[in-house]
Design a protein around this ligand. Structure first.
Ligand code: TMP
Ligand code: ASP
Length: 239
């Protein structure tokens, strides 16, 4: 049974679960935000799409042997997860230059990177999620170098699996953001969500943008695009 509201973020609410100390319910909202909340819009049906897309992606990764917080979906907008203490690190993996990387390094959007790059950002709305290195992460969070090395290795492994998964549905995985959390036993697992809110996905043949950039840059209808992603995932992953 759903307990009390523990936390409300921009896109999700987190509830306790009565009688289950180490489990939580995530409820996905119909909100889209961009540029750290400066742009904001409600899209009816977005919560369902993010919930179900993320459930498919996490199920795929679980089957591939990646430890995650995901247990099961509970409804169109809710999922059951293991309770974890989120490490305030946004772990970005990039295969192709886009977004902030093109601005920071003067690269042209769409430039293939010679090898995937993992970057760390400090998850802080007040500070606009600044780019940080390992030393900053060790200073700011309860992590040591072996935790960071483990997170980087996991991020590369997840990238390999997700590239295969998205290519099966004719999408190129340009870049994406992961978050990790610590379970009560101290182990680190993949947490939060993986969806077109947290990935850049381009059509394999046309490079049409099929992710939150359609909202960030007013390109196409977000709900129509996310529906296409969910339909394609439903054809290849069973939750
Ligand atoms: P960036 O190019 O803006 O740094 O974004 C890199 C990737 O991370 C992109 O797929 C979008 C995702 N992302 C988030 O999920 N949340 C965020 O707050 C930001 C800035 C990026
Ligand atoms: N996730 C951030 C926000 O909600 C930034 C972004 O994705 O563009 O504002």
């Amino acid at each position: 049974m759903k307990g009390s509201l523990l936390y409300e973020g921009k896109a999700k609410k987190v509830y306790s679960l009565i009688g289950e100390e180490y489990e939580l319910i995530l409820e996905y909202k119909d909100e889209a935000t961009a540029f750290n909340g400066k742009k904001h819009q409600t899209f009816r049906g977005k919560g369902r799409l993010n919930n179900l897309i993320s459930a498919h992606v996490f199920s795929y990764l679980k089957l591939a042997g990646i430890p995650t917080h995901f247990i099961q979906t509970l409804s169109d907008t809710e999922q059951l997860v293991k309770q974890s203490q989120i490490i305030p690190l946004e772990v970005v993996v990039r295969n192709v230059a886009a977004g902030s990387m093109t601005r920071r390094l003067g690269l042209e959007e769409g430039t293939e990177l010679p090898e995937p790059i993992v970057e760390f950002y400090y998850k802080s709305d007040d500070l606009d999620d600044p780019f940080i290195n390992d030393e900053h992460a060790r200073m700011l969070m309860k992590v040591d170098q072996s935790d960071l090395d483990h997170i980087k290795a996991a991020a590369h492994k997840i990238n390999n699996h997700l590239q295969v998964m998205f290519s099966e549905i004719e999408l190129r995985l340009i870049d994406f953001k992961l978050e990790f959390g610590r379970l009560h036993d101290g182990s680190i697992v993949l947490s939060d969500e993986i969806s077109p809110d947290t990935c850049r996905l381009w059509d394999q043949d046309t490079n049409r943008k099929m992710d939150k950039d359609v909202f960030r840059n007013d390109i196409e209808d977000l709900v129509e695009i996310y529906e296409i992603i969910l339909k394609r995932l439903e054809a290849i992953v069973h939750v």
